[in-house]
Design a protein around this ligand. Sequence first.
Ligand code: ASP
Ligand code: MG
Length: 447
Amino acid sequence: MQVFFNLITGMKVMKFGGTSVGNPDRIKALIPLIDDDERKIVVLSAMSGTTNSLVEITDLLYAGNINEASLKNDELRSKYHQVVEELFATDTFRKEGHELIDSHFEYIRNFTLRVFTKLQEKAILAQGELISTSLFHLLLQERNIKSILLPALCFMRIDKDGEPDSFYIKENIKRELKNHTSENIIITQGFICRNAYGEIDNLKRGGSDFTASLIGAAVKASEIQIWTDINGFHNNDPRFVENTKVIRELSFDEAAELAYFGAKILHPSSVNPARESNIPVRLKNTMEPEDAGTLITSGSILQDYKAVAAKDGISVLRIRSDRMLMAYGFLRKVFEIFEAYRTPIDMITTSEVAVSITIDNSQFINQIAKDLKELGTVEIEENQTIVCVVGDFRTERTGSAPEIFEALNTIPLKMISYGGSPNSLSLLIDTTNKIEALRLLSKHLFN
Ligand code: ASP
Ligand code: MG
């Protein structure tokens, strides 16, 4: 029993994202990163672009456009045959690779012949990760490197609310691992899972990070590594701001804020399982493996300002009502309307007679506004951006924000949220002002 315990806990989880398996050379480049004496679980995404293509295929099938779906399917199939040609060095393994690709794409093709529902959609979306992991497993076999392919569908599961079933995951992955104690490299799929009814499902787009974190928590990993093509979290968005720097250390709370507010490198849901089990998360770059990356732990030290991130596509609803004056229960009525449309609220500011609320999912914005009009006047403004500054904003501190307001002197601030989190201050601005705001903040806070 003790032996099994040691073989299961203390392992590393290493997740490689879509670009890290994006072409045959990148896939081959993973081998030196994983081939050592340590026991580890390797979580792979689909090759970059694949899940998008699969989504296009399922969209076409929903629309009944079977011919075009088949064409897309064939296109993706030939892309993968090309990958096989370049990935393997021997005819035997090439042959096996081609057969594998054919079996997956025949499977997808079969769905074009039937009624198309969510069930089929999820089964198709799962193919990307199933293919990338099978190809990688085959490549390791060709190189005589011992590994096992552990199907995520045997242990990864969500409950009827779509939340991970941690108990099920833990029990089942442990059982699977106990059956495989002689291999150091355990390969599994990110993103895919089964739902409460046993059907194939997934953890939503970008969910491979979440897979890695759930596995890390389930096996009490020593570290969860998320490998991408950038050296870690940057202190500002490198697409818009020059001279951004990698943040070497972050707390779980800080990382969660950054992940949520637009820093695309880490899926926001993936912070929680690691935080709850207190397992360090390290962000690493497959192109620069020597770089230490960003380490996320519970022990990271606070700094005045650590990073800035921005989230676009925000809409604000402003509700104004004299009935709010000195009244209780008003906000409850407001919130109930958002709840009825299952629309999460991001930022909120209130005064005695008005409340402003932001949402990032505007699917039901008109219905929400219509219902809110029963309570008062409603104004909607779209194309907004939340800028989030991560740093030391503990409420007992003095003088923690003047640099921010000085920096943004020339930019109209639509909403300010302070005191909600000790780790961040958020501001709402017009998206047209975003780049300027990010540059000004970098100049004033980090230089
Ligand atoms: N392949 C999935 C996606 O593109 C999951 C992931 O890569 O994290 O969303
Ligand atoms: Mg990702």
